[in-house]
Design a binder for this molecule. Sequence first.
Ligand code: NDP
Length: 434
Amino acid sequence: LARNPGEDEFHQAVMEVLESLGPVLDQHPEYADGAVLERLCEPERQIMFRVPWTDDEGRVQVNRGYRVEFSSALGPYKGGLRFDPSVDLGIVKFLGFEQTFKNALTGLQMGAGKGGADFDPKGRSDAEVMRFCQSFMTELYRHIGEQTDVPAGDIGVGQREIGYLFGQYKRITNRYESGVITGKGLDWGGSEARTEATGYGLVIFTAEMLKADGDSLEGKRVVVSGSGNVAVYAIEKVQQLGGTVVACSDSSGYVVDEKGIDVEVLKQVKQVRRERIEAYVDARGGDARFVADRPVWEVPCDIALPCATQNELDVDGARSLVENGCQLVAEGANMPTTPEAFDVLAEAGVRFAPGKAANAGGVATSGLEMQQNASFEAWTFHDTEQRLTEIMRGIHERCLTAAEDHGSPGDYVVGANIAGFVTVADTMLALGVV
Ligand code: NDP
């Protein structure tokens, strides 16, 4: 704590992992001898930089940019960039730390990193976003490369931003290095199914959890928080698999649509028109309604999928879910459940999937995008989704096996933390003290 003051989210993420590792540390003294945990908590490199840019009124603005390169044990640093006013070093470090275990769980050769800036793209023109991205990349380009560090999107960074970032990288380096960034458009090196991958993967993982209990998504009432990239495609996949998503949200409130959220209408409102969630009600018509400034967790459901941001599901939200009979929570966002909320869910016997396992489909498909870039191939949507499905099933299996082997059968939190940790820890020992 004293070493990293003020980094609350980072401390929270580290504590959650450490709480799971007792049995594995007891069995393997070599991890303590090699200071594996100490090394894992200290990023390999932390970069902070000034991002000056000019707004549409001609005023010079200054933001702070970050890239934290956490671990390159398993491959090049890999993880997204977040543009949001809340971004600070503690947030970037918690995300990078989580990414280390998540990437290990995918079974692909990816190290971990995370970055971003305290820039708010909301309300900014395309030209302002472009100038910001160009300035950001003017520093970042010297730290990244397809074999070094491969950024992607996250909150506030979608295909538009990835395009501006990649364009500037290409211009500065004079290299069409497709594998340097993922989440690209299909015409310029992107992968089919990458946009859908995190949301789809989350629901594939959820379906596997239900299947392990002899159940399925058919007929289930589902609530999703957020209405960004992860949320939209989680909603789409739930509905493909026979469930009904009755509510989703953004930071202004939530909409309820008992007939089931119409994904095409939602995409129009959020992705094309970039409006607030309230606009869904008029666009959809019928009985859909908007509730301002309230948490979506008060809507009764069988399954809850938090897909917005960290610590969005608090104790009150967890109590509402439990009182309304929710049986399963799977995290689409990174660390959306507070530790206290997790305790409420656990005590009530709600099945729980942590983000580092359940939302790993996004980075896994980024890994597939890198494979396609390296081989100059472009796989079909069907092929890519098939591989995503296999990867998610593999992660599910790995979590269950690790949990079973370490005395916590059916505990996905313990399973994900141990399975991810052992992979990275063994590799670190093999590579020596580096
Ligand atoms: P987006 O920027 O596309 O969407 C974020 C959504 O969350 C927006 O609808 C936003 O609403 C909403 N939101 C933010 N804060 C709150 C809040 N306090 N209450 C309710 N809604 C809120 O981001 P992504 O969908 O890409 O990312 C969402 C989460 O998933 C993050 O935790 C991210 O780290 C994680 N993730 C993303 C991956 C990806 O591939 N994109 C991969 C793995 C994890 P508003 O517009 O009002 O801000």
